[in-house]
Design a protein around this ligand. Structure first.
Ligand SMILES: [Mn+2]
Length: 423
């Protein structure tokens, strides 16, 4: 393929600074009658984060402390994203330990699967208290037991549990993704400039919300999980900034280096290796973007997609990789197109790029979003799901989705690309 002169990207994808978020959350009315408490719209919370104003973090610490105090003795559900990662899991655990001191009982739940070999190792080796909830689990629960939701490392848009939990007010949101939609929370700390939610939770530990004690094994394990979380969201600290290094320095007093080593040394399964191989074979590179579809993947191997994207982005002359596949869950006959984006281009905003590329559904929910240097998307395939035992149909279906995703990405990557006259 002839290399084209560099076509400027859509200006949206090149925004060097996160654009200010419109204060549209203010227009959403607060419906919950049970809410007598001060409610902070997320957009306000974001705008409340001036870069260098006098001690904003001190105020946040105090606000979180007061929020916890107001909810003493309650039960809260901590929601991590459907495919939990070390950043989300460790942050959730830290919140749980902080909240325990206020006699708040928390359960950490997720709707999908633990699918990365390292995540499974993390949960097993540290005894991390996270639980999978299926729609059946939810039916068996008495949801009125829970007085609040806590969203960490997400804003509810990457959890399939959220539609079932609408009667429960959102008490706390702590995240480093950009604002994902209208959502009200009593306390919100959303800082897209921070590279890991684990960094933010570590800052709360340092501020004294929980004194880690190196003679308490649970504290050691939690500190180790936080170290893993902030390493894994920063490409082993290579993309870390001052906040991450300061957090890591603090955690270094408590974490167990051997335990972390054991977590990191788990091997990839053959299926994951095969999916990475397919991504390598199927990739097309245009304007420094590498795009690859990997076909069908089982739910449990879903994490092959971000791992493949991590790998493809290392090719020379590639700054951004997008890998996607159709992931199916045999138990529930659900099929989704799931994709991951990884970029080393500082001026490319994954959140804006994916929102622009794929748009939103009828409810206004974006199919994709992201944080610094990484993003993901999930597109339900609805009526076309299932029927894969007919291999002609399965092949045709894959080709349709593969083509459509490529078209949408190429429109942004190379606006002059004409799919009809392509070489
Ligand atoms: Mn994260």
């Amino acid at each position: 393929m002839q290399s084209r002169s560099l076509q400027p990207l859509d200006p949206l994808t090149l925004a060097p600074e996160p654009r200010p978020i419109e204060a549209n959350a203010d227009t959403a009315s607060v419906e919950s009658p049970a809410m007598k408490r001060p409610v902070t719209a997320l957009s306000e919370a974001v705008n409340e984060q001036p870069k260098r104003s006098p001690n904003p973090f001190g105020q946040k610490v105090e606000a979180l402390r007061q929020t916890l105090e107001r909810h003493r003795n309650e039960h809260q559900l901590i929601i991590v994203q459907d495919f939990p990662d070390p950043d989300g899991l460790s942050s959730a655990w830290t919140y749980k330990l902080i909240a325990q001191q206020y006699d708040i009982h928390c359960e950490i739940v997720y709707g999908g699967t633990l699918s990365h070999q390292e995540n499974i190792a993390l949960v097993k080796l540290t005894n991390l208290p996270a639980e999978r909830w299926t729609p059946q689990t939810i039916k068996s629960k008495n949801l009125s037991e829970y007085q609040g939701l806590v969203l960490v490392d997400n804003q509810g848009t990457t959890s399939q549990l959220m539609p079932f939990l609408q009667g429960i007010p959102t008490t706390v949101v702590i995240d480093h993704h950009k604002q994902q939609g209208n959502l009200e929370a009593e306390f919100a700390d959303i800082r897209p400039s921070i590279r890991a939610t684990a960094t933010i939770l570590t800052q709360y530990l340092q501020a004294g919300l929980l004194n880690l004690d190196s003679s308490v094994s649970e504290h050691i394990k939690c500190a180790t999980s936080l170290m893993h979380g902030l390493r894994s969201d920063t490409n082993a600290l290579r993309q870390a900034q001052e906040d991450e290094f300061l957090a890591a320095a603090y955690l270094s007093r408590f974490y167990d280096a051997q335990l972390l080593e054991a977590i990191l040394q788990t091997n990839r399964s053959k299926r994951v290796m095969d999916a990475i191989e397919r991504s390598l074979k199927n990739r097309t590179v245009q304007n420094n973007f590498s795009i690859a579809g990997v076909g069908y993947l089982r739910y449990d191997n879903r994490d092959a997609i971000p791992q493949a994207a991590d790998f493809l982005v290392t090719e020379e002359n590639v700054h951004t990789a997008v890998v996607y596949g159709i992931v199916h869950n045999e138990d529930e006959e659900i099929e989704l197109v799931i994709g991951s984006l990884r970029t080393t281009k500082l001026t490319l905003d994954p959140d804006e790029f994916l929102k622009e590329a794929f748009g939103q559904d009828k409810q206004g929910r974006f199919f994709g979003g992201g944080r610094m240097m990484a993003g993901g998307f999930e597109i339900p395939i609805g009526f076309l799901g299932g029927g894969n035992e007919n291999s002609d149909y399965a092949k045709l279906k894959w080709e349709v989705f593969d083509t459509q995703i490529k078209q949408k990405l190429l429109k942004l990557i190379n606006p002059t690309h004409d799919p009809i006259e392509s070489e």
